[in-house]
Design a protein around this ligand. Structure first.
Ligand code: ADP
Ligand code: MG
Length: 634
């Protein structure tokens, strides 16, 4: 058996592990349930891929992001490692075919999207699969209190019952202390072994500006900081506007959002990665799985709705370890709107029922049926026909999802598939009778082995190139062949899929767990409160604010964020220092306080000055901060 270092070298060509990777891998190999918190791009995948390659059996990977899942499967296959994936939207036939292949091959990795876990079909094949490791990617999705709760994740606990001796590795880039605990509970960890990489990013300078004109500030920043940049915006419309304004200034920019066609998105992403475009202006649809080391600036033109997202997106800057800038722009009205978002994000019970009813009618689902069915769900068309408010619908669907009524996946890209259904003799005759269709038939047969036996994923573009025809023409001919029952052709779908998890009920029978719903709402409000506080804070080190938020209290002041720089510029006279020092000591001697409250008590003293003293006292170990950010005197 090869050692983990040999495996790393042989399959991935790397000489050494990144921080924490080796600890996590060893923990997993000793059979311990393990939680690993590592930043995006930190190399979480290797933490389950390497141990799986070191031992017998197969690794089951649960991941919610279909596009990333496909990337990983392709990457593994390029290394001659057998890997498959099962995701939402695949037909029953395709799933059976995949499961058959998995059980009858030397498959090492099976990637599954969480809503697939529960199906009877999956369970049926489970015993035959020899699973020796379960990896749960984006593990924060299992927590109701996290920022991206996905109920199907809760089913992983059930899966554990069927595979009692198999260790679980949970991976995430960001989770607060509360969510970390929740992950371990919900996954039934026998002992909580947690590896957490520091949230410190020594080369990343955070700053925040309150602005009247975002575009002017963005231009100013991009003129001052050379190199690649990302500008995050809230709306698709704004990505285009800002990108055009940047172009007018001679800055090579393009925009990106989920509303663009897949090919378009790929080509824009490629152009940016290869430095043909300097700045990409995008919504948060951009960035998943992208690993560009030399990003110098990440600018948020709009405030994101939580620090988890902000940290992840800002963290795409400076992966190469060289100085980089994360800049957040905001205005007062926007912060107000963030607060108002809560009411929109959590519609009333009544709204939720109405939306459920309308959607079921729109999809023509008869009462008492529908469980396990996938429906193409064209949201804009639905909104047009039922004249409902977009937000109400979107967030009611989210609530229905979190309550386990349905699952709605907006980003499904199912490739086209073809299988030949005619016999070879019939096909021969058909080709003779229909010579215009012959090039397409020949190209299909040439490009896709096994296309007679099972449905193959095809690319119309590839067939078009082989047949020397236009892609549109090829699509038409494939449909013709389908109509003539020569092939079974399912054109690609990029329409969002709605999966019903329970049979349709009458609207009044629809129930929502009110207590949990309200707690989620409360936690959402707290999260918004934190990002607002981050934006408005003018004294505390930003890197430390983020660290404390994620339960990492050991972070020292970074010295390079706007607040640290401002504080450095402040000078204190000896007298001022003594005065502030004695006031702080006087307050903390009777009670321990969060920094914010201490600041309020110190009224009349400039915040930067107070911070300077607090920092000094911390460095001298005279005061201490606990995980909740509360200061106490030592
Ligand atoms: P994450 O899931 O944490 O966001 P990935 O697993 O996708 O990160 O890895 C990000 C990149 O880092 C990948 O391109 C991967 O090949 C690379 N990488 C991971 N581990 C190492 C290592 N030990 N040495 C060099 N590169 C690595
Ligand atoms: Mg990952």
């Amino acid at each position: 058996m090869l050692t983990i270092h040999q495996i790393l070298k042989q399959y991935w060509g790397f000489d050494s592990f990144r921080p924490l990777q080796e600890d996590v891998i060893r923990s997993v190999l000793s059979g311990h349930d393990t939680l690993a918190l590592m930043p995006t791009g930190g190399g979480k995948s290797l933490c389950f891929q390497v141990p799986a390659m070191c031992q017998e059996g197969m690794c089951l990977v649960i991941s919610p992001l279909i596009a990333l899942m496909k990337d990983q499967v392709e990457n593994l296959r390029r290394k001659n490692i057998t890997a498959y994936s099962i995701f939402s939207g695949m037909s029953r036939k395709e799933v059976i075919h995949t499961l058959e292949t998995v059980t009858n091959s030397n498959c090492k990795f099976l990637y599954v999207s969480p809503e697939r876990l529960e199906t009877a079909l999956f369970k049926e094949y489970l015993p035959g699969m020899n699973i020796t490791l379960i990896a749960v990617d984006e593990a924060h999705c299992i927590s109701q209190w996290g920022y991206d709760f996905r109920p199907p994740y809760l089913r992983i606990a059930k899966l554990r019952e069927e595979l009692p001796d198999v260790p679980v590795l949970a991976l995430t880039a960001s989770a607060t202390a509360e969510v970390q605990q929740d992950i371990c509970d919900k996954l039934h960890f026998n002992k909580s072994i947690v590896f957490r990489q520091s949230f410190e990013r020594a080369n990343l300078s955070y700053s925040v500006f309150k602005v009247d004109s975002r575009i002017n500030k963005i231009i100013e920043i991009l003129k001052n900081v050379p190199g690649t940049g990302i500008v995050y915006c809230k709306s698709r419309k704004r990505t285009k506007e800002i990108s055009e304004l940047l172009q007018l200034q001679g800055i090579a920019a393009n925009y990106y959002h989920a509303g663009l066609l897949q090919e378009e998105r790929n080509s824009r992403q490629e152009a940016w990665i290869n430095n043909k475009v300097r700045v990409i202006v995008c919504t948060n649809a951009f960035g998943m799985g992208i690993d560009k080391p030399d990003v110098r600036t990440v600018i948020h033109a709009d405030a994101p709705d939580c620090l988890e997202n902000y940290y992840q997106e800002a963290g795409r800057a400076g992966r190469d370890g060289k100085t980089a800038y994360a800049v957040l722009l905001y205005d007062e009205r926007e912060l107000q709107e963030l607060h108002e978002m809560t009411a929109i994000r959590f519609p009333s019970q009544n709204d939720i029922r109405n939306v459920y009813h309308a959607v079921a009618n729109y999809l023509q689902i008869p009462s008492g049926t529908g469980v396990g069915e996938y429906y193409d769900f064209d949201l804009p068309d639905f909104l047009r026909k039922f004249k409902m408010n977009t937000h109400t619908v979107v967030y009611s669907l989210k609530a229905l999802e979190q309550e386990g009524w349905l699952s709605f996946n907006e980003q499904v890209f199912l490739p086209s598939t073809v299988q030949f259904t005619a016999t070879k003799d019939h096909l021969y005759q058909f080709e003779k009778d229909n010579p215009v269709l012959e090039p397409v038939i020949k190209s299909l047969l040439r490009a896709y082995g096994g296309i007679f036996d099972h449905a193959c994923t095809i690319s119309e573009l590839q067939v078009a190139q082989l047949a020397r025809k236009e892609a549109e023409k090829v699509k038409k001919q494939l449909l013709q062949l389908h109509a003539a029952r020569i092939i079974d052709y399912t054109p690609r779908k990029d329409s969002p899929q709605l999966l019903l998890l329970r049979n349709r009920v009458k609207a009044e029978e629809l129930t929502v767990n009110v207590t949990a719903y309200h707690k989620r709402k409360e936690i959402f409000q707290q999260r918004v409160g934190e990002i607002v506080r981050y934006a408005k804070e003018e004294a505390e080190c930003r890197s430390r604010m983020i660290g404390v938020y994620f339960g990492d209290k050991d972070i020292r002041s970074c010295g390079i964020c706007d607040n640290c720089l401002r504080r450095k510029a402040v000078t204190l006279t000896r007298e001022e220092f003594e005065n502030i020092h004695s006031r702080i000591a006087g307050i903390l001697i009777t009670e321990r306080l969060p920094v914010k409250e201490l600041m309020q008590r110190l009224n009349g003293i400039k915040k930067e000055k107070a911070w300077k003293v607090i920092e000094f006292l911390q460095a001298e170990n005279k005061i201490e901060m606990d995980t909740k950010g509360i200061l106490l005197l030592k």
